[in-house]
Design a protein around this ligand. Structure first.
Ligand code: FAD
Length: 413
């Protein structure tokens, strides 16, 4: 039976970053990936903090030279109201820009670079069984001809995303606290000038009928954009079932979307996803840790998914490196608890988006540059910096600022 120090399940951002960091520290790593790359996956607008992990994994040059669209912030649109976050406004000193990426290419760039650094990746092989005994783990693998084999390893990092391999095999899944929402999305070619809107920002556009329903516009290089609409499952009941007809009708109902994409070329399949918010009872156990979406996924509104996936990969790789060197580590204390702190900060922001507080803040003209910088740093991904009051007391600060913005609005009308 083949043996390796570490097996990583999945070659998404979590898997590629974790495997490259471990390889750079001298460990023998095998990534097992069910699909063949390039493959489609959603999650295209990156936060700046994720580039810190790309750099740690030695992949920054590869990513910077891939020709992705530059991104410097996020713009929010509600009717004729407009609010923007610029990642250059910083409380936490970090990067001021990042990229908007076609994930098929981005994930391929990361996986290629992991291989360049000596990580082995087996494509077209899925993990179908896990057994932990004492110091080692045996994984059951299945190739595309359904032929099974086994591999022995000291530790498994599960970066299988929505595949959620170990949560399913080990019965770790728990429901998310967020209601089941659905998304309908595609890539289109628009016919508008480069300066028709700020293509260096993701645009988050509120639907005119319902403030819980929103669109994303993620501009890629050239004229291509990812567009999508997110709503509670029931909201879509009044729309056509066929995904392309559904998304076209939604686009036609919102003035900004209709103006930019009214004459777009729809050359890519329109896809739907629903019930993607998920959680687990534990992120670690004997012989394994869960990375990225294999553990928890909140909501797409603040584009936090890839950053959380990479942060989990970096933290887990650091703890595992120490363990493999013979140090006594505590996975709950050293990995799960610190990771969950930042995830919980994003949870406050997602809750505040859907209950309206974040929109009050974003569409108000009256907050101070200091508050803007603190919020901007969280939205850039620096949600683990507890010196930022909008991290350490996220819920309370959002409450207070939303209330102040509401009072200003009432006073002005
Ligand atoms: P993935 O990228 O999903 O990679 C997992 C890999 O594991 C896949 O390649 C899969 O083939 C492989 N795998 C699965 N099962 C097995 C198996 N049994 N054996 C072997 N391999 C397996 N995030 C952002 O940062 N920005 C966004 O703008 C954004 N928008 C989103 C919009 C929507 C509608 C949704 C639902 C999510 C969005 N996300 C976004 C989240 C983002 O998609 C994920 O957080 C991110 O892809 C997680 O990365 P990962 O490495 O954990 O998993």
């Amino acid at each position: 039976m083949q043996t390796v120090d570490v097996v990583v399940i999945g070659a998404g951002p979590a898997g590629s970053i974790a495997s490259a960091i471990l390889k750079r520290r001298g460990w023998n790593v095998l990534v097992v990936e069910a699909q063949h790359f390039p493959r489609f996956v959603i999650g295209e607008s990156l936060l700046t903090h994720c580039l810190d992990f790309v750099a740690e994994a030695g992949m920054l040059e590869a990513v910077e030279s891939a020709g992705f669209r530059y991104k410097n912030g996020a713009a929010f649109i509600r009717g004729d109201e407009y609010g923007a976050i610029d990642f250059g406004e910083q409380f936490t000193k970090g990067r001021a820009s990042t990229f908007q990426v076609q994930r098929a290419t981005f994930d391929q760039v990361l996986a290629n670079d992991a291989q360049r650094q000596g990580v082995q990746i087996q494509f077209g092989v899925r993990v179908v069984g896990f057994e932990s005994a004492g110091e080692s783990v045996t994984l059951r693998l299945q190739d595309e001809s359904k032929i099974e084999s086994e591999i022995r390893t000291k530790f498994v990092l599960d970066g299988s995303g929505f595949g959620r391999v170990l949560p399913k095999l080990l019965d770790l899944e728990t429901p998310s606290n967020f209601p089941a929402r659905a998304a309908v999305f595609s890539h289109v070619l628009d016919d508008k000038a480069q300066d028709a809107f700020d293509r260096n920002k993701i645009q988050v556009v509120v639907h005119p009928k319902n403030k819980d329903v929103w669109f994303w516009v993620i501009p890629f290089s050239g004229q291509r954009c990812s567009i999508g609409c997110v709503a509670a499952r029931e909201f879509f009941a009044d729309y056509p079932i066929e995904p392309i007809a559904r998304l076209k009708q939604l686009v036609s109902e919102e003035p900004f979307m209709a103006r930019i994409f009214g004459n777009a070329t729809w050359d890519t399949p329109v896809r739907t996803l629903e019930g993607y918010a998920a959680n687990v009872k534990t992120m670690t156990g004997p012989g394994f840790a869960l990375l990225g979406n294999a553990a928890e996924f909140l909501d797409p509104v603040f584009s936090s998914g890839v950053t959380i996936a990479m942060r989990s990969a970096s933290t887990a790789a650091g703890v595992l490196d120490r363990q493999l060197r013979g140090e006594l580590v505590d996975w709950k204390r050293d990995f799960e608890q610190p990771l969950r702190k930042g995830v919980d900060v994003f949870r406050h922001y997602v809750t505040a988006w859907y209950d309206g507080r974040f929109q009050e803040i974003m569409f108000s003209k009256n907050h101070s540059p200091k508050v803007r910088a603190m919020i901007s740093s969280v939205l850039a991904g620096y949600a683990w910096d507890e010196s930022n009051p909008f991290v350490s007391e996220a819920g309370r600060r959002l409450d207070v600022v939303a209330q102040l913005c509401r009072q200003d609005y009432v006073a002005a009308t």
